[in-house]
Each structure stands twice: as C-alpha cells, then as structure tokens.
Design a protein. Structure first.
Length: 305
C-alpha cells in the first residue's frame, strides 16, 4: 500500500509542475497587461517603468524561474487590479467556493446513489424509467440555462428564494441545486449500470441463497462492489464542482474563487490568475489522489496491481 501511495503522490507532483508551466506560458501569451494599466497619455518612460515594476522587462525564462521561486515560497505577488497579495485574495474566496461545492457534492452523492440503486433494483419499472429520464435530462441541460430558469421561477415568479448573494440556507439552495444537477445525473447513470452488472453476478446470487435480507444484499454486498467506478466519477465531479463553478457563481452572484479568477482573466491580472488556477489545480489533483487511495481501500487487489 505504501508503494502504491508514493507512486500516486509522485504523479501528482509531476502534474502540478506541468500545470504551473502551462499556466505561466498561457498567461504571458494572453497579451501585455501594461496597456490596460497605463492611463491615457502615458509616455514611453511610464511604460518602461511599469514593466520593470511588474518584472515584465526580463526574458521569459528568467520570469519563469522567478515565478517558480516565488511559488515554492507561497508568494504570487500582488494583484494588479486589487493591489493586494494575490494568494490572500484567493484564500478569502475559497470558503465560499468550498461551501457551494461541498453542498452541491453532498446533494449529488445522496440523490445520485439513491436514484441509481433504486433504478437498478427496479429494472424496467416506472421508477426505472423516471431514473433514466432524469439522467438523460440532467446531462443534456446547460447549467447556465437551468440557473436562469431557477431564478425566474423560484425567485422572481414565486418569490420563495433570493436571486443572488451569499448568506443563509435560502441563498445556497438555488446555486447548489443548479451546480449539482449535472453531477447527480452522471452518478445516477453510472450507479445504475454498475449495479445492474453486479446484481447479475454469481456471488450476489450466493448471498441471497445464504438467506441474507435483500436490503443487505443490495446496500452492503452489491453497492460496495459497484462503488469503484462511482468513486472515480465522484472524485472527478468533486474537483469540477470546487474548481469549475465559474458559471454558477456568475449567474447567482456568488462571491467565490471562480468569479475571482474570471475577473482576473478579464483584467489580465497575471498574479491573481496564476494563484487562483494553481490553487484550484492543487485541490483537484489532491482530490484525485484521495480517490486513487480509496481504490486500494475498496478493492485490495488494486494495491498490488
């Protein structure tokens, strides 16, 4: 198990290094930020001074080495737009993104597993038909459209929930439901297919012949063996929910990390974008590492493969 874990950790570190290189190159290719920061009528001397202040007057390889050195020290520089440390801004927004992403993930897991198991155990029934229909619609419906329709119906027409902002439970219901919709549908579909395959296996028939109750057979024996592909998908979906909430945060005015990175992209704020994307990537890679380690817990055969 130790060798398996060390191998996965090493691959995670290599991935983070690759992400940092790609991030640095793309941010530099996006254009010269000095043209956005200089006021009208700025002289050539002002441009040269600003480029020197931002470190953009140095060769690209030197800029990258400075970037790597600062990242290893946890220093991403000051945000060009906000004039504050970029990493500080990222950490300020992380709790809001974690709150929204974690709530959406819990909704997706609870409803996705439940609907998927019920759909598989009641194959070709009315409930199975609705489960498959839900999975189809959920994976086909754009998130931004669902968010706008939710605001129109539940906030504007019925006046049940607030339209935007972060606050109590009413504020998080619409954005969390919108964000969880696609992930729930994906988990329903995968859980159903995995359960159908497991329920036809010989050891499930043996468990029934031993006199185990049907609920024990389904939720203990069948579901545990069907969880490997579901855990893989759930880990990916959790990373997407935490790192890819830009659209949902924009639609609902949620003050999270996604909307902060989007602002940084619009203003070509190198420091802010680099800090936000690198932190998001690290979270995503860490979650995938945890999923890989869970494989070894769920199925011990994977540890020795």
């Amino acid at each position: 198990m130790r060798r398996y874990a060390l191998k996965r950790i090493f691959l995670g570190i290599i991935t983070i290094i690759g992400v940092s290189i790609i991030l640095f190159v793309i941010s530099r290719l996006s254009g010269d930020v000095t043209y956005l920061l200089l006021p009208e009528g700025a002289t050539k001397e002002d441009e040269v001074a600003l480029r020197a202040e931002l470190g953009l007057d140095k060769p690209i390889p030197v800029q990258f080495l400075i970037f790597v050195r600062n990242v290893t020290r946890g220093k991403f520089g000051d945000s060009i737009r906000y004039r504050r440390p970029a990493l500080e801004l990222v950490f300020e927004r992380l709790p809001a993104t974690f709150e929204l992403g974690a709530t959406a993930f819990l909704l997706a897991i609870c409803f996705g597993l439940s609907i998927g198991v019920i759909s598989a155990t009641q194959r070709n029934s009315f409930g199975d038909m609705w489960g498959k229909l839900f999975a189809l619609i959920g994976q086909s419906m754009p998130g931004f459209w669902l968010g706008i329709m939710s605001i129109l119906i539940f906030a504007v027409k019925l006046n049940w929930l607030p339209t935007s902002g972060r606050g109590g439970i009413p504020n998080i219901i619409l954005p969390a439901t919108t964000l969880a919709w696609y992930s729930t549908a994906s988990i329903v579909r995968l859980t159903r297919s995995a359960m159908l395959e497991i329920l036809d296996s010989e050891y499930i028939k043996t468990a029934r012949l031993k006199g185990n109750r049907e609920q024990i057979v389904i939720w203990k024996h069948a579901l545990r063996n069907a969880l490997i592909p579901v855990v893989s998908l759930a880990g990916i979906q959790l990373g997407i929910l935490l790192g890819g909430v830009v659209i949902t945060e924009s639609v609902f005015g949620w003050p999270g990390l996604g909307s902060l990175i989007l602002d940084g992209v619009y203003s070509r704020d190198y420091s802010l974008v680099q800090a936000g994307v690198l932190v998001t990537s690290t979270i995503y890679i860490t979650l995938n590492l945890i999923v890989d380690l869970l494989y070894g817990v769920i199925d011990p055969r994977i540890r020795y493969s």
